[in-house]
Design a protein around this ligand. Structure first.
Ligand code: CP
Ligand code: NVA
Length: 304
């Protein structure tokens, strides 16, 4: 059988994704009960990170330790990748030594190229185009707080970035309505929007997007690699802040999500981030549980 990769949410079927959600919730309960579960004893995760990370790095490393395995963090500063060794060569070498690989990088086609040459599963730990691991945690968080997300309405407010693209895939795979409000010139990739059919609507008015939504989600206005655009973007996104007025448009029990790190008083006010709608700390914790479900699925298969 061909080796399975997780480069976007569309690499898995809706049924497989729902399994991951059930399993993540189960693994979380097992960990809370102090149950030892070591299905990856002796297995090694290679972690190539060309961008900074707190949550993704720590959740993968902690997850491997809890599962009885190990993780090796590989920064381009200290490996030959940073000195221009071709991706194809690194993929062939590393995948003969480790059992699974996670990559955080800039261009999405780099992870695709790596996966093509890898003998072992490759997980996308964020590219300029997608952040699928974050969506596993986000959907798990929604389910834990509000039950099934199928048929619900989600508003994405802000940049049409990697997180927005993964939310679009999530709308398709988990079958919910997604309203995206971005300033002119910052809309998500048209082909990705089209792939989700009628489930996704793109607009400019954040109030219209937020109306009666079950969930409002946002992200930073300038992503990693866009630091030089910070000032111009702050200007363009001014009307797209998630604040009390916007949150008030959503359902009274609507949730607020942010993948973090957040910039208080820019894309979200401190009051909303720390307020009753916010589930950002659960989202962050669930990176651990959802990715453990993913690692187990890719290396052991479905267990129940
Ligand atoms: N949300 C997220 O991916 O965080 P890090 O950049 O800290 O990994
Ligand atoms: N859109 C952000 C997400 C960080 C987790 C970035 O790419 O920097």
């Amino acid at each position: 059988m061909n080796v399975r990769h997780f480069l976007t949410l569309t690499d898995f079927t809706p049924a497989e994704l729902m399994y991951l959600m059930r399993r993540a919730i189960e693994l979380k309960a097992m960990l809370r009960r102090g149950e030892r579960h070591e299905p990856l004893k002796g297995k090694v995760l290679g972690m190539i990170f060309e961008k900074s990370s707190t949550r993704t790095r720590v959740s993968f490393e902690a997850g491997m330790v809890q599962f009885g395995g190990a993780a090796i963090f590989l920064s381009p500063r200290d490996t030959q990748l940073g000195r221009g060794e071709p991706i194809e060569d690194a993929a062939r070498v590393l995948s003969r030594m480790v059992d699974i690989i996670t990559i955080r990088t800039f261009e999405h086609n780099k992870v695709e190229l790596f996966a093509r040459y890898s003998k072992v599963p490759v997980i996308n730990a964020l590219t300029d185009l997608h952040h699928p691991c974050q969506l596993l945690a986000d959907i798990q968080t929604f389910i834990e707080h509000r039950g099934d997300i199928q048929g619900r309405t989600v508003a994405w407010v802000g940049d049409g970035n990697n997180m927005c693209h993964s939310f679009i895939h999530a709308a398709k795979q988990f079958d919910f309505q997604l309203r995206i409000a971005t300033p002119p010139g910052f809309a998500p990739d048209a082909a990705i929007v089209k792939s989700a059919g009628t489930r996704v609507t793109v607009m400019e008015d954040p109030m219209q997007a937020a109306k009666d939504a079950d969930l409002i989600a946002t992200d930073v206005w300038a992503s990693m690699g866009q630091e030089d655009q910070q000032a111009a973007r702050a200007q363009a996104f001014q009307a797209y802040q998630v604040n009390a007025e916007l949150m008030h448009k959503a359902k009274p029990d609507a949730l607020f999500m942010h993948c973090l790190p957040a910039h208080r008083e820019e894309e979200v006010t401190a009051a909303i981030l720390e307020g009753k709608h916010s589930v950002v700390w659960d989202e962050a914790e669930n990176r651990l549980h959802a990715q453990k479900a993913l690692l187990e699925f890719l290396l052991v298969g479905q267990v129940n």
